[in-house]
Structure formats: C-alpha cells, structure tokens
Design a protein. Structure first.
Length: 150
C-alpha cells in the first residue's frame, strides 16, 4: 500500500461519521471495518434479499460497497472543508459473488486537488476462502468548500 498523509489528522473519525450517515449502508447492513489513510474496508454479511435469482450477491450490491470503499479511501485524504462525490467508475465482475460475506477494499492510487483516482476490489468469502469477484476503477471528486456534515 502506498503511504499517504491525510490533510485532516482526524480523518478516521470523519470517515466513520460520514459512513454512519449513509442510509443505504444501513439499509443493506454494511459495516465499515477498517479506515487507514488512503485505504478503507467495508464488509457486508449475506442476506437473501441482496441476491439475484441464483443466490449470489447482486452486481448492484457488489458495486455499491465497492463504490463506497473507494469513495471513503479518497475522502480519508481530503481537507476538513470538503466532501466526496463519485465522478465515474468502471466495474469488472470477475466471478459470481458467492459468499457468506462480501468485503470491499478501496485504495487511493493517485490523490489530486480535485480528482482522485482509486481502485476497489470486492471479495466473496465462503468456508474460510476468499475469492475476488469484482474490481472497480474509479475517479472521485473533492468538493472543496462543501463540508461533509449531517
């Protein structure tokens, strides 16, 4: 992992507070499990209502936690007076999201003043094994002068 210096020393508290305000994360039951400068991890336990017709996590759910993991990885480096917004992402679905839990790991590749480039890998974990099921490449926008507050 690349070493990044966040502009806000309280970045972890800020990321966690923002995550708690995301209604969609509550709706699907996602948990923020790790916050480092430039890297964030989100886990989502299996629920049948989050799956497609074959019992695999739905691609929309897979992309939702991947998007949030990458977004919060970028946000962890942003200044205190800024918030984050996804500008774009591309997802490659590599295998069925067949697991008891999904784990998304978002990482900053290149921070910038306005645009930050990130990647996120999503893993399906089942029977003690972890298999990457998706990769997202994304661009996040730093909204200067627009604090991320409730």
């Amino acid at each position: 992992m690349a070493e990044f210096t966040p502009s806000n020393p309280d970045f972890e508290m800020r990321v966690r507070a923002s995550f708690e305000r995301q209604a969609v994360m509550k709706l699907i039951g996602a948990r923020l499990t790790r916050v480092d400068a430039g890297e964030v991890e989100i886990e989502l336990p299996y629920r049948g209502d989050l799956c497609q017709q074959h019992g695999f996590f739905h691609a929309g759910i897979t992309s939702t936690i991947g998007d949030s993991a990458g977004g919060y990885a970028a946000f962890s480096l942003f200044p205190v007076d800024a918030s984050v917004l996804t500008a774009e992402f591309k997802i490659n679905l590599l295998s069925p999201a067949d697991g008891d839990i999904l784990r998304a790991v978002g990482r900053v590749l290149k921070p910038g003043r306005t645009l930050t480039v990130c990647e996120a890998d999503v893993f399906a974990e089942k029977n003690g094994e972890s298999k990457r099921c998706a990769r997202l490449n994304m661009t996040l926008m730093c909204l200067h002068g627009r604090p991320d507050e409730g």
